[in-house]
Design a protein around this ligand. Structure first.
Ligand code: MN
Ligand code: MN
Length: 449
């Protein structure tokens, strides 16, 4: 295990910083799963990928419901010999609007929300927030809305209690002091002339109608999310780290995508899979548990004219996969939860996580000695600087990934990704050195024989 900065050449150091610039652009643009899908689709199309459900080409992209995507690149070998698969998730913890979000209180208009994924609620108070979403109106017309990302646009926020009146609040447990029902977003405050009741709400509805052609009932069916309004930034006087929202798991999304785009020749066919709903347990029709992967593999076998009774199962069984997800980095502020020998550290490169889960390895898919050894030797051979990762001390908590759902097909799968500090916060921290090593690790894996 080594600090990446102490091991690399000056040429690699330059590559690290330029890669980070590209990544920050992506991270700033993509704050919802649909925006990630848009980004992936445009990049793939620019690079010659065609719609896989309609074309029989060497480079294909499959997507469904704007929330799940697969990219396929043909190899020298056939699909039946197995794919090199990298799966990552495109959703991140956030606040979603309730179906009837608008309410007026104390002549202020608020948006009622429900949080999505594991958040520490207090972190969402008192920060600038943006609105991203999709609205379908009464004519079934779909409209994308993003407000709060441009300098001249308004932002939104959740007002906390001032310390002067926080005497009782500060004695409560943290989740009782700042419960989920208080995560309501300040949305406006000017009343409509001549109204007596709900006068601010009426004015805001008027603005929504005039400016965005949105009516109150449109919100009932909308996918609208509240995310931090700021762009990713460099952290540290040496600019070595990146702060930004949604790096779990978009750092793995982007590095795997970038790795694929930079590959010329691959022995095995490649399949990158980008799934939604991981943060809530991978339930739903765009999650890792959905039949999407199965359908995509079936379609590829059909294109290769090798579809038979059990070829889909064989192709999946013969595949080798990386579950590309972030792991927790040692936090000097909270070292007591970590196992210093085994936990990942920022700047120590991509983390190989043999097993996740919690307690007695519950809910985890552990990679075998054979597969973990294969990965380790591969990285060593190609100068990928790697480290081990685990989710804290035994019995300290834990976390799961989508690895268990692909493991069901019998394929070898292992968790490999960048370590993240401040994970699941509105401002997650990654290392530029780890970003680079994660990219390199995925590329070496996809190219390997
Ligand atoms: Mn994750
Ligand atoms: Mn997560």
């Amino acid at each position: 295990m080594a600090n990446v900065w102490e091991k690399i050449s000056s040429k690699e150091k330059e590559e690290i910083f330029s890669l980070a610039e590209e990544y920050k652009k992506f991270l700033g643009l993509c704050k919802t799963e649909r925006e990630v899908v848009n980004y992936i689709t445009s990049l793939a199309m620019e690079n010659g990928y065609k719609d896989g459900f309609n074309y029989n080409e060497e480079k294909l992209i499959f997507s469904d419901k704007d929330r799940i995507v697969a990219i396929y690149k043909r190899g020298k070998r056939k699909a039946i010999d197995g794919f090199k698969i990298i799966i990552s998730h495109i959703d991140s913890p956030r606040l979603d609007l309730k179906p009837k979000p608008l309410y007026e209180d104390s002549e202020l208009l608020l948006l009622d929300t429900q949080y999505y994924g594991g958040i520490k609620k207090y972190q969402w108070f008192s920060i600038p927030l943006a609105i991203h979403g999709v609205i379908v109106n009464k004519y079934n017309r779909r409209q994308y809305i993003v407000i709060g990302e441009e300098e001249d646009e308004p932002v939104f926020t959740i007002a906390d209690l001032l310390p002067h009146l926080g005497k009782i609040q500060k004695d409560k447990k943290i989740d009782e002091a700042l419960p989920g029902e208080k995560l309501d977003v300040l949305f406006g405050s000017i009343p409509l002339d001549g109204e007596k009741e709900n006068k601010v709400k009426k004015n805001i509805l008027k603005i929504l109608k005039e400016k965005y052609e949105v009516e109150e009932e449109d919100l009932v069916s909308a996918d609208i999310t509240i995310v931090p309004a700021y762009k990713p930034r460099d952290i540290g006087i040496d600019r070595s780290l990146i702060g930004g929202y949604g790096q779990d798991d978009r750092i793995c999304v982007w590095t795997s995508l970038k790795a694929l785009m930079d590959i010329e020749n691959n022995e095995y066919p490649i399949l990158l899979l980008f799934v939604d709903r991981e943060e809530i347990g991978s339930f739903g029709n765009t999650s890792a548990r959905s039949k999407f992967l199965y359908v995509v593999v079936k379609r590829i076998l059909e294109i290769e004219k090798s579809l038979n009774y059990y070829s889909v199962e064989s192709a999946l069984y013969n595949s080798k996969a990386i579950s590309a997800d972030v792991t927790s980095a040692t936090n000097p502020n909270f070292k007591e939860v970590d196992d210093p020998n085994n936990s990942a550290k920022l700047n120590y490169g991509v983390a190989i996580v043999k097993y996740t889960g919690s307690g007695g390895k519950y809910y985890s898919s552990e990679a075998s000695a054979e597969f973990t050894g294969y990965i380790r030797n591969l990285f060593n051979k190609h100068n990928v600087i790697w480290q081990t990762g685990i989710f804290g001390k035994v019995d300290e908590g834990g976390g799961g990934t989508v690895a268990i759902f692909l493991a069901e097909y019998g394929m070898d799968i292992i968790d490999i990704g960048a370590p993240i500090l401040n994970m699941h916060s509105p401002f997650e921290i990654s290392s530029k050195a780890d970003l680079y090593m994660t990219y390199k690790a995925y590329k070496v894996f996809l190219e390997s024989e």
